[in-house]
Design a protein around this ligand. Structure first.
Ligand SMILES: Nc1ncnc2c1ncn2[C@@H]1O[C@H](COP(=O)(O)OP(=O)(O)OP(=O)(O)O)[C@@H](O)[C@H]1O
Ligand SMILES: [Zn+2]
Length: 741
């Protein structure tokens, strides 16, 4: 900047008029946009245009941003735009969204822009498709053989068609087409690009809604039809038909010609959801998640940008796609922590969905049987509208939930299923119904111990035990992915064959189940056994067709599934989520177990749920038995209100990490010394993170806690500006943290 000013007083001045200068934001971790000279297009390119610009010795695609050009920058420093990319410009709504997310999460705008340009190849020119059509003025006297006749008949419509397609339809060899072109009977034609996604039909009739569903659907439809921003919390007991109800909002949005976005926490496993969508709208929606092939990503991005994806279903990153006119955003299972992105730009997709809806004048619907306390509170205070479905669809009863006190009826030594649970599974299987055993832990055993010296096998890179995966004969760290073979001898004391597994994972429950019910057909559902859509679809089908008797699963079985013949759910360790000091431990445990309980008895037979617990008197266990979501959430609110914990106050975490422990320690201490204070502002820490070492980096945490009426961003900015962070230390900002590891 200084040199720019100097040059100017030297008389170098600005010759490129401001009107020919543009600010371009680049998808790189930079907060600012850069000035470029527009020598290509006059008048000026509109903001949002994608442009190729030089940066150092590279070329980068960026987006013309709305920032004002710098009048003091001398011409000599100004470089020219190389070219303009032929895609629809980024809408003002998406540009404001990028700005907003960056400001809220304290990320650079460039890093957020990168999420909105996550598919660079979508910006490359598409090869045009060429086919054939009838020549408008065929030469007189050209020879028309029978094959040629068939080709001309196929092309009678006048529209061009692809060569392969014509040859197939007319049953001719491709050489015939070339001959006909030489004879002037047909000519090359640019083919219209087929829209990748057919228009779902909003007028197709869905299932007849029950009276309560009808009222709820009418409220959501009206919200969409207003064409203005609103947020509605759609709650309802498990199996009440929330999906069918919000499909009506999707239909209303389609009828308006706007796009609808549905965010699902586990899109790759949501095969049943997709079947229902197809049933309702007659066609599949566009999908967006990390497992798409790069070709599909590229096509989908383009098709969305061109406004030809009427409904998109995706994971959180789908919020950053270039919809021209979004009319509805649904966040299903809004309480799920999977909506929080913890790496890079740290953001909560549920909260940002509300922001994107506001910027788009769109309706936002948050759906859950167990809504987060944040959303519950927003509905209670009138910031969100509330719609509730009180009963299961088709008159199905809610399951009855009972506790098994493990202190009174413990499992046999070395076993994990107590006698009452074993008896209940046996009876269920004898009736020909399906049962599910739920344990939110992958692998065989969460810890391995040496019987001789007491040594426990740890990850070399993390503060974490190694988890045994016996089926694959290996030990694995669930934090960094480190894998090693199970040792023959204890690495500490050298005693051979001395290590023993401690505690159960789903594989160990499977082992026990195999011994107890050898004739039952068993299926394990965990992220490593059900890795993607194909496996999930196959599993769901096998269960629906009653080819499975006993399902053993981790949290992936808790979400959204509808298994008509499942009548018993047994929770192997209901206390699992309550350990640790997370402020939301009770809320999360309640949500997860209520959801998994809700898989039982969704059709004609009543469902039963048994929870094995060492603390049956705990408020969470009692709430699960009573099934009273509202009372539980009120008690949670009463716990958090006095201390100004979220949602009655604000939190932001700083996570300091470095390979060198002393460097992390020093920066954490400096941050602690520079911590903001004053009325309604408090800083906790620095303290070693519970995951004190992760991927070889030492970690310290600080937590800023403020009253709700105090914004954390200005405090964080001023705070971070006071501390010099060395290059080998990283400070990650997490506004509204949901994890505290
Ligand atoms: N009006 C209706 N007509 C026919 N079937 C319906 C109707 N409403 C819901 N269903 C069916 O009832 C089952 C439960 O509905 P849905 O999965 O939408 O409930 P949900 O409230 O989302 O449940 P959960 O919160 O447990 O996931 C589904 O199989 C759905 O197709
Ligand atoms: Zn590790």
């Amino acid at each position: 900047m200084k040199s720019a000013k100097l040059e100017r007083t030297d008389g170098t001045g600005c010759h490129v008029p401001l009107s020919a200068r543009l600010r371009v934001l680049l998808p790189l971790p930079l907060a600012d946009s850069y000035d470029y000279k527009n020598v290509i297009n006059k008048p000026a390119l509109p903001p949002g245009s994608f442009v190729l610009v030089p940066l150092g010795r590279r070329q980068v695609i960026g987006v013309v941003w709305d920032d004002a050009p710098d009048p003091d920058l001398p011409d000599a420093r100004l470089r020219s735009i190389e070219s303009v990319i032929d895609v629809p410009p980024m809408t003002a709504t998406l540009r404001r969204f990028v700005d907003w997310v960056a400001a809220y999460t304290l990320s650079t705008r460039g890093a957020v822009l990168r999420m909105a340009m996550s598919t660079p190849s979508a910006l490359e020119p598409r090869a045009p498709q060429v086919g054939w059509r009838r020549a408008p003025h065929p030469p007189e006297g050209a020879r028309i053989t029978p094959p040629r006749r068939r080709v001309l008949d196929v092309l009678a419509e006048g529209e061009g068609r692809a060569g392969g397609e014509i040859a197939g339809a007319a049953a001719v060899a491709p050489a015939i087409l070339r001959g006909m072109a030489d004879a002037g009977l047909i000519e090359p034609a640019l083919l219209p690009r087929h829209p990748a996604f057919a228009l779902p039909d909003p007028a197709r009739s869905g299932p007849a809604l029950g009276p309560e569903q009808d009222v709820a659907a009418a409220a959501l439809r009206a919200a969409v039809q207003r064409r203005e921003f609103s947020t509605t919390l759609l709650t309802g007991v498990t199996g009440s038909g929330k999906t069918e109800v919000y499909f009506e909002a999707v239909a209303a949005c389609l009828a308006q010609g706007r796009q609808a976005l549905v965010l699902l926490p586990e899109i790759a496993l949501s095969t049943q959801w997709l079947d229902r969508f197809r049933g309702r709208f007659g066609t599949a929606p566009a999908l967006w998640h990390s497992e798409l092939t790069s070709r599909t990503r590229r096509e989908t991005w383009r098709v969305v940008a061109e406004g030809e994806a009427p409904v998109l279903v995706g994971a959180r990153s789908a919020l950053f796609l270039p919809y021209p006119d979004l009319g509805l955003i649904v966040v299903d299972e809004e309480h799920e922590t999977a909506f929080k992105q913890e790496e890079g730009v740290v953001y909560h997709a549920r909260d940002m969905a509300v922001v994107r809806a506001r910027l788009s004048n769109a309706a936002c619907v948050l759906a859950s049987a167990t809504p987060s306390l944040e959303s519950t509170n927003n509905a209670a205070t009138g910031r969100y509208a509330g719609v509730h479905l009180p009963a299961r669809h088709g008159g199905a009863a809610l399951p009855d939930v009972a506790l098994i006190d493990l202190r009174r009826t413990p499992p046999e030594r070395g076993r994990f299923l107590s006698p009452p649970l074993v008896a209940a599974v046996t009876e269920t299987l004898a009736r020909g119904e399906q049962a599910m055993l739920f344990l939110n832990r992958r692998g065989y055993a969460p810890m391995t111990l040496c019987r001789t010296c007491g040594h426990r096998l740890r990850c070399p890179n993390c503060t974490a035990w190694l988890v045994e995966h016996r089926a694959q004969r290996r030990l694995q760290c669930h934090h960094c992915g480190h894998v090693e073979a199970p040792p023959e001898a204890c690495p500490e004391c050298g005693t051979a064959h001395s290590t023993v597994p401690i505690g159960p994972g789903v594989e160990r429950v499977l082992e026990e189940a195999t011994a107890l019910w050898p004739e039952a057909r068993r299926l394990v559902m965990a992220s490593d056994t059900i890795p993607g859509p194909a496996a999930a679809g196959a599993a769901a089908q096998a269960i629906q067709r009653r080819e499975v008797d006993l399902i053993i699963g981790t949290q992936i079985v808790a979400k959204g599934w509808h298994f008509p013949h499942l009548t018993l759910v047994g929770v192997v360790d209901a206390d699992l989520g309550l350990a640790g000091g997370d402020l939301r431990a009770a809320e999360r445990t309640f949500q997860l177990l209520h959801q998994v309980a809700g898989r039982a008895g969704r059709e004609e037979h009543r469902g039963h749920v048994l929870l094995q617990s060492f603390a049956p008197e705990h408020a969470v266990m009692q709430a699960l038995v009573s099934g009273d979501v509202d009372a539980f959430m009120e008690a949670e609110a009463d716990d958090r209100r006095p201390g100004h914990w979220p949602p009655f106050g604000r939190l932001a975490a700083l996570i300091v990490s470095a390979e060198d422990e002393r460097a992390a320690e020093r920066t954490a201490r400096d941050l602690g010394l520079a911590a903001p204070g004053g009325e309604g502002v408090e800083v906790l820490g620095p303290a070693p993170a519970p995951l004190a070492i992760l991927r070889g980096r030492h970690r310290r945490r600080l937590l800023l806690k403020t009253r709700r009426d105090i914004a954390v961003q200005p405090l964080l900015e001023a705070w971070l500006a006071k501390v010099v962070v060395p290059g080998n230390v990283r400070v990650q900002v997490d506004v509204d943290p949901v994890g505290f590891l």
